[in-house]
Design a protein around this ligand. Structure first.
Ligand code: HEC
Length: 158
C-alpha cells in the first residue's frame, strides 16, 4: 500500500517536472538570446577608432602601438593573447582592464573608454565590425564569448 502511494507521488512529480521543463520560458528557443561571440560584429568601426586614440595615450607605452607587447608587457593581440582568453567573455576582459589597467592608475578610465579600447583590441585581432557599439554594461559584455577561430556554423536559435 505504502509503496503504491510512493509510486503515485513519484509519477506526479515526474509529470510536473516535465511540464515545467517544457513550458519554462528559458527553455524555449528564441526567448533568451543565445550568447553571442566576437564573430558576430559586436562593435563599430567608429568605436574602434576612438579606442585606438585612447590606447595610444594609455596603453601603447607598455603594450606597443600595434598591441604586440613590450619587454615586460604581454601582447593584447595575436594567438598567445587569444589563447589566454579563449572561451572567456568580453565582460571578463573588461573587468580585467577595469580592475588592473593601466597599472597604478586603475579607475582612471570610464566604462565608455574601456569598451572603446576593447573595440580597438577586437579590431586589431581581426574580428568583424558591426552596426551597434559595444555596450558598457557588464551583463551584456558577459554574453559575448571570445573565440579565436570562427565557428563553423552559426545557424542561430534552432
Ligand atoms: C605601465 C605599463 C602598462 C600600461 C600603461 C598598461 N599595461 Fe596592461 N599590462 C602590463 C603588464 C606588465 C601586464 C602583465 C602583468 C599584469 O597582469 O599586471 C599587463 C597585462 C594586461 C592585460 C592582460 C593580458 C593577458 O593576456 O592576460 C590586459 C588585457 C591589459 N594589460 C590591458 C591594458 C590596457 C587596455 C591598457 C591601457 C588602458 C594597459 N594594459 C596599460 C603593463 C601595462
Amino acid at each position: 500500500m505504502k509503496v503504491k502511494i510512493q509510486v503515485k507521488i513519484l509519477t506526479v512529480a515526474i509529470i510536473a517536472l516535465t511540464a515545467l521543463a517544457v513550458f519554462h520560458p528559458a527553455s524555449r528557443a528564441g526567448q533568451t538570446e543565445p550568447s553571442r561571440s566576437v564573430w558576430d560584429g559586436v562593435y563599430t568601426e567608429e568605436q574602434a577608432k576612438r579606442g585606438e586614440a585612447i590606447c595610444i595615450r594609455e596603453c601603447a607605452s607598455c603594450h606597443g602601438a600595434a598591441l604586440t607587447g613590450g619587454e615586460e608587457s604581454p601582447a593584447l593581440a595575436g594567438p598567445a593573447f587569444l589563447a589566454n582568453w579563449e572561451g572567456l567573455s568580453v565582460g571578463d576582459l573588461f573587468e580585467r582592464i577595469r580592475i588592473s589597467m593601466p597599472p597604478n592608475k586603475q579607475g582612471r578610465l570610464s566604462r565608455q573608454q574601456i569598451v572603446d579600447i576593447l573595440s580597438h583590441m577586437l579590431n586589431v585581432n581581426s574580428f568583424p565590425t558591426g552596426k551597434t557599439e559595444l555596450d558598457t554594461k557588464t551583463e551584456m559584455l558577459r554574453q559575448i564569448r571570445i573565440e579565436s577561430s570562427k565557428p563553423k556554423s552559426n545557424s542561430g536559435s534552432d
